[in-house]
Design a protein around this ligand. Structure first.
Ligand SMILES: CC(C)(COP(=O)(O)OP(=O)(O)OC[C@H]1O[C@@H](n2cnc3c(N)ncnc32)[C@H](O)[C@@H]1OP(=O)(O)O)[C@@H](O)C(=O)NCCC(=O)NCCS
Length: 355
């Protein structure tokens, strides 16, 4: 018997299936991670039509014999995670499913864990795209987009609740890229290029410098980052960042701000600001005043993803915030667009973005 179920959530292992389940559950849908519930199934194995091989896959409260071929779905959600983070996680912790992935992803297992992982992510991408997913959900940026999609399908009964969300769901500890660098050096350039193209396709930063087979990105470790409330302690930090010659051009008003003016402004609006710390050192600020976002990152940390991280954090807290961006502020535009903001207006001076 073929069961028709609402949702299939599918992606490569270690790319956010658990987070997808928690989000859907928090919005009132019954879906189960690696199992079957009224509203659907979330499972990486359903990228294939293979009989379920793993014990986790006794899908069933329903029947011990349920297999992917017994299901059809109304909506397919493809969850994706930035491969810069998923590659080490998969290579170092997801060994038990490699044989299955290589068989169904049609690649040969080598001794090189980075190579296996890249091939596996690309193979799963191909398998899932062949299923014509209805929505691609980048777990870092697309919570709002997913919510809008779900609301559209399931109606007003669905309500947003992101209180359960944090980036450490289903986390497995591992040593990160550091222990994989020798293997990275042995991977074919063409495969690294394919991975970079994958990143480009889904709006992630490129990972590899193919000229010397190294990582382009600094090892920006999400565990080192904290967003904390603003306090008097940070007023001067914000002032310096706001008026730094490398940052000044990005802001709407191009003004010098004295320490006294800063204290006065902060006594009124300081509570609307937050500070981004990396290993406890302040590296950026973000504020929303009159629903308008303003943010900056210390110039020596530009381009590492901190601006994106701050906006991504903000949209979970204040999804109605808007941004007014100068036409030439390409870094800012990139960050907002990557985080799912859409241009809703423009004039001579500014581009106006909202989610
Ligand atoms: C805007 C700002 C906060 C972004 O912070 P950040 O930490 O550098 O942002 P991210 O690293 O997450 O992303 C920036 C992206 O813009 C790109 N970028 C930076 N300068 C760029 C330029 N001149 N042209 C094109 N792209 C540029 C970076 O390469 C990066 O893209 P990538 O992720 O694809 O590599 C930071 O540039 C800043 O402090 N600017 C000055 C203040 C400002 O303009 N604030 C915004 C007011 S609305």
């Amino acid at each position: 018997m073929i069961h028709n179920v609402g949702i299939l959530g599918v992606g490569h292992p270690r790319t956010g299936s658990k987070m997808l389940q928690i989000l859907l559950n928090s919005w009132g849908l019954a879906t189960t991670h690696e199992g079957h519930s009224i509203h659907g199934i979330i499972s990486w194995q359903f990228a294939t039509d293979a009989d379920a091989p793993l014990p986790a896959y006794r899908l069933d409260e329903v029947s011990q014999k349920v297999q992917p071929r017994d299901y059809t779905f109304e909506n397919i959600i493809y969850h994706i995670r930035d491969p810069f983070y998923s590659i080490p996680s998969i290579a170092l912790t997801e060994t038990f499913s490699l044989k299955f992935r290589s068989k169904w992803g049609n690649f040969k297992i080598s001794k090189n864990r980075v190579e296996n992982t890249i091939k596996s992510i690309l193979a799963w991408d191909k398998l899932i795209l062949e299923k014509n997913p209805d929505i691609i959900f980048r777990i870092e940026y697309d919570t709002q987009k997913l919510f809008d999609f779900i609301k559209n399908v399931y109606g007003d009964g669905v309500s947003m609740n992101t209180s359960e969300w944090d980036n450490k769901h289903n986390k497995r500890n591992h040593q990160g890229w550091g222990v994989l660098m020798n293997e990275l050096e042995q991977v074919d350039v063409s495969l690294l290029e394919e991975m970079n193209n994958f990143c480009h396709k889904y709006g992630y930063k490129k990972i590899f410098d193919t000229s010397n087979k190294s990582l382009i990105r600094e090892d920006f470790n999400i565990d080192d980052m904290r967003i904390v409330p603003n306090s008097e302690h940070y007023y001067e930090f914000i002032r310096e960042l706001r008026t730094h010659p490398s940052n000044l051009d990005g802001f709407v008003e191009h003004v010098e701000i004295t320490t006294e003016q800063q204290i006065e402004y902060m006594s009124k609006y300081g509570k609307d600001y937050e500070i981004c710390l990396e290993k406890k050192v302040p590296v950026g600020f973000i504020g929303v005043v009159d629903n308008d976002i303003r943010f900056a990152v210390s110039p020596e940390h530009h381009g590492k993803g901190i601006g994106t991280y701050m906006i991504w954090d903000l949209i979970h807290k204040k999804p109605n915030s808007k941004a007014k961006v100068k036409h030439n502020n390409l870094a800012s535009i990139k960050v907002f667009e990557r985080c799912g903001f859409k241009l809703y207006n423009k004039d001579e001076n500014f581009l106006y973005y909202s989610l």
